[in-house]
Design a protein around this ligand. Structure first.
Ligand code: KG4
Ligand code: ZN
Length: 336
């Protein structure tokens, strides 16, 4: 079955055609990063207007590269939440129009669940049950993925997401937006022992996170530090080390508490080199294994939506044309 996946929940306009849940025939992503960079973050109205301008060219390229016309598409999957309401509506309106015009089955996909399925787009999907760390610009969640459609939340951030924290620290250091990758690159030349930032909520039981305090810590340190490139690199290092070690401590705790040794990371921050390295050693030390998505599928894309939609269609799910977006939609509310 050739599934068209459409994603417009945040600041990426994406479409992909995936066949049989496995073969990625095309995956087109148009990023709005440059548009939002001048504001230092995502402006929802700008995002939805840009989705309107970009979605049809993205769709045409996705169909063209897949070598299928609309006639070749057999089902449509679209992100229906969580996300920015105005942005979600652009993708959903297109999906509904195509489903109506071509009389195709239509399925709504949870964006967070789809991030987990980015792992299944590589040749080596993880066995289930698995512990999954979802770390992106909008979300930081640790969940137990028992089976497809059976997800138990174990912990989540109480304030900023890990990616959001990295982006805010990068902005403080003048690295532009979104600064996660630039911050971790700068951290590579920072000295590990110059500054030590806290590992928030690690000395209390539980698997929740809180990253907003780290930003204040970085600001206070920056104000007192000598104004030179080495100090900025040292602050970047302390910040990245604090975020990465906090995530690793919670993953270790989840492994110990559940006895599960299969670990999965997904979302934009799972592309991070330092995080990958530390989760790999954690899994090694615990006698387990860690799985990462291919780099291109860590950030938002249409292929993960098509794959998640394919599984839901196979399980018999289908949406009426009247179905609505869900700006807030937790994974524990999912079922197959
Ligand atoms: O999954 P994603 O594309 O969008 C959301 O759904 O939020 O994640 C974007 C986030 C941004 O905060 C970005 O700075 C971060 O992922 N990010 C990284 C890296 N690549 C993306 N952070 C650190 N290192 C990276 N290599
Ligand atoms: Zn995302």
């Amino acid at each position: 079955m050739k599934v068209l996946g459409i994603e417009t929940s945040c600041d990426e306009t994406a479409a992909a055609v995936v066949e049989g849940g496995k073969h990625i025939l095309s995956s087109i992503v148009a990023s709005q990063v440059e548009l939002h960079a001048r504001y230092g973050g995502i402006v929802p109205e700008v995002a939805s207007r840009q989705h309107v301008l970009t979605i049809l060219p993205v769709l045409e390229r996705a169909l063209g590269e897949a070598g299928v016309g609309l006639e070749g598409v057999e089902a449509i999957a679209v992100t229906s939440g969580p996300g920015l309401p105005g942005s979600l509506l652009v993708g959903m309106s297109l999906a509904k129009a195509l489903a109506l015009a071509r009389r195709l089955p239509l399925v709504g996909v949870n964006h967070l669940e789809a991030h987990l399925y980015s792992l299944w787009l590589a040749g080596n999907p993880p066995p289930l049950p698995a512990l999954a760390l979802l770390v992106s610009g909008g979300h930081t969640e640790l969940v137990l993925m028992r089976d497809h459609g059976d997800i138990q939340p174990l912990g989540r951030t109480r304030d900023d997401a890990a990616g959001e924290a990295l982006d805010k620290a990068a902005r403080l250091l003048g690295l532009g937006y979104p600064g996660g990758p630039a911050l971790s690159a700068l951290a590579e030349s920072g000295r590990p022992d110059r500054y030590h930032f806290p590992r928030p909520m690690t000395n209390k039981p539980g698997l929740d996170f809180s990253f907003s305090g780290l930003k204040t810590h970085a600001l206070l340190t920056l104000e007192k530090a000598p104004d030179n490139p080495q100090s900025r690199a040292d602050i970047a290092r302390a910040f990245v080390d604090a975020v990465v070690e906090t995530l690793v401590i919670k993953c270790r705790r989840a492994m110990e508490e559940t006895g599960i040794r299969t670990l999965v990371a997904a979302g934009g921050v799972s592309a991070n080199r330092q995080l990958r390295e530390h989760l790999t050693s954690l899994a090694g030390n615990m006698g387990g294994e860690v799985y990462f998505p291919r780099l291109e599928f860590c950030t938002d894309n249409g292929a993960m939506i098509a794959y998640a939609g394919y599984l839901r269609l196979k399980a018999g799910q289908q949406e009426p044309l009247s179905f609505s977006a869900r700006a807030r939609w937790n994974m524990e509310e999912l079922s197959i």
